[in-house]
Design a protein around this ligand. Structure first.
Ligand SMILES: Cc1cc2nc3c(=O)[nH]c(=O)nc-3n(C[C@H](O)[C@H](O)[C@H](O)COP(=O)(O)OP(=O)(O)OC[C@H]3O[C@@H](n4cnc5c(N)ncnc54)[C@H](O)[C@@H]3O)c2cc1C
Length: 447
């Protein structure tokens, strides 16, 4: 999953917590009807706009540029579009979102708004969540205590964000969380932001728009995004190697050079940080510093086929545990009514586990489920597949969180460079960072 929307969703589930004040979302950009394809632009030559990367931001930018009737080239390094929002139908024969799955705030989410044009089904996510304490469900009073701890922690971070200087979100946590502390730290840190709260700016955290409701797409979020790109010509297997931006604008790929009046680069901050794309001259210090402050966290799905509903859960049930250490996960059960469940691991623990490879990840998921639902679960598991986003060469991580003191980094990263080079993507969105909706909106804005 992810996104602070979950917190609002969890908290709002509890009547006693329903007074949580909500900041309004940034108005979503007006939905754009996809323009007819302009015809594939060759991978070399002159265009108005070169868009680097065909994830949510790149697709949105291309739709906008196409709608304006400009010549553009959308180049993508991988052999597929979608980036970190991709639906896999091969592993299980039913949709499994390898990256983004939760459609946050469908009422303002630009991708959700466009879904009506695609024939894809978007349905509301069930509200609330379940909490396991050992092998039993939490009692109502325990759930209330957990939600109260989350609520107080969120409010404490929001208050700290108003202070004179930025600080790590972890420093703002109430000191009396008691035995709820590990679960609170997991939900607000790794599960929501893909990083520990010690590594996250309180201001960046607090600025994230609270999203009261969520939805899912039955065909997969990645499938929905891909549908929105249907009429957009994309040059696959075409990585940008260098971007020259001072005197002339030129993007070099293995297939040739593209000259443009504007370039929009939508690759992740993980890719930007590696220098895989050589900017000539180097990007301005302001943007370089911002990239350094917007590191990608770790978030992965361990997907399991569990026929016969051995966990006895409803479709799309979200389950946490009252954890005692950081070695924990979140479960999303019976996704869209299928028998696919995901065990999500994130943050430092998720990173270390993913580095050990697929067998270690699958073994952890089986053990963790057995601890919570009984040993019989293990033998019920059929096919499994895992994601390892830190090793995906064109992502190199999950999504960005600003480091303490990095509260202005997103704004800086999104500032136009000489009015001709724009960086876009989830990392530049100041309130919807880390989401597909935020990435999509940032691409539209840049375009
Ligand atoms: C496991 C996981 C779960 C998530 N869950 C959710 C969720 O539930 N809800 C939600 O809203 N968000 C979620 N997110 C975050 C969401 O997926 C991202 O915020 C969003 O997809 C980012 O879109 P983007 O366009 O900014 O970047 P990307 O999707 O990374 O797109 C960038 C594109 O650029 C390409 N590229 C890279 N280098 C080059 C190059 N040199 N030349 C050309 N192309 C290049 C990449 O291949 C990629 O296609 C999740 C992410 C992960 C990893």
């Amino acid at each position: 999953m992810r996104g602070l929307g979950h917190l609002a969703r969890l908290i709002n589930h509890s009547d006693t917590m329903s007074k949580l004040s909500r900041r309004s979302f940034l108005a979503a950009s007006a939905a754009l009807a996809a323009a007819p394809a302009l015809g594939a632009v060759p991978a070399s030559g002159d265009v108005d706009v070169v868009i680097v990367g065909a994830g949510a931001a790149g697709i949105a930018a291309a739709r906008r540029v196409a709608a304006a009737g400009r010549r553009f080239a959308l180049i993508e390094a991988a052999d597929r579009i979608g980036g970190r929002c991709i639906t896999d139908t091969r592993s299980f024969g039913v949709p499994f979102d390898r990256g983004a799955h939760w459609i946050h705030a469908p009422e303002i989410n630009p991708v959700a708004k466009l879904a009506a044009q695609t024939g894809h089904e978007v349905y509301p996510a069930p509200r609330g969540q379940k909490l396991r304490i050992g092998q039993r469900n939490a009692r109502e009073s325990e759930l209330e205590a957990f939600l109260a701890a989350l609520f107080r922690s969120n409010r404490a971070i929001a208050e700290a964000a108003l202070g004179k200087t930025d600080m790590a979100a972890a420093r703002a946590l109430p000191k009396d969380l008691g035995d709820w502390q590990p679960a609170v730290e997991f939900v607000l840190g790794p599960y929501t932001c893909a990083q520990e709260l010690t590594a996250i700016s309180a201001r960046d955290f607090a600025r994230a728009a609270e999203r009261g409701s969520d939805a899912f797409c039955r065909q997969g979020y990645g499938a929905l995004l891909a549908k929105l790109a249907e009429n957009i010509p994309v040059q696959l297997n075409t990585p940008a190697i260098s971007v020259e931006w001072l005197n002339r604008l030129e993007v070099e790929t293995p297939k040739g050079k593209l000259r443009a009046r504007t370039v929009i680069v939508t690759v992740s901050t993980g890719v930007l940080a590696t220098g895989k794309i050589k900017f000539v001259p180097e990007l301005p210090k302001r943007q370089l510093d911002a990239i350094g402050k917007l590191k990608l966290g770790s978030y992965d799905h361990i997907a399991l086929e569990l026929p016969g509903n051995p966990l006895d859960l409803a479709h799309d049930d979200l389950v946490f545990e009252k954890s005692v250490t950081a070695r924990t996960a979140a479960l999303l059960a019976n996704i869209a009514g299928t028998n696919i469940c995901t065990v999500d691991v994130a943050g430092r623990f998720g990173r270390d586990l993913a580095a050990q490879g697929e067998p270690a990840m699958a073994a952890f998921a089986a053990e963790w489920l057995a601890d919570l639902f009984g040993a019989n679960v293990k033998s019920a598991i059929k096919r499994t597949t895992v994601t390892r986003w830190n090793d995906e060469p064109w992502a190199l991580g999950a999504f960005s969180a600003a480091a303490p003191g990095g509260e202005t980094a997103r704004k800086a990263l999104g500032e136009p460079i000489r009015d001709r080079l724009w960086l876009a993507g989830e990392a530049v969105h100041e309130t919807l960072w880390g989401t597909v909706g935020g990435a999509f909106e940032s691409g539209t804005r840049a375009a």
